[in-house]
Design a protein around this ligand. Sequence first.
Ligand code: SF4
Length: 64
Amino acid sequence: MQVHIDPDVCQGHTLCALAAPQIFLLREDDGHAYVTSPDVPRGQEDVVRRAVATCPEGAISITE
Ligand code: SF4
């Protein structure tokens, strides 16, 4: 699985980082989310799907 955040859509609500803090980090300057690698580690797929569902902007997408 790979995960992607659209930086033009993310509004920095931080919900993804709460749902999956191992995957989503927040920029110090604007609070927007980023991932250090698009590759989701094994065992983290469900929390990433949860983060996708919680993002109010629909900024997170995944490819299986
Ligand atoms: S929940 Fe969505 S809008 Fe909020 S920081 Fe994460 S990706 Fe951005």
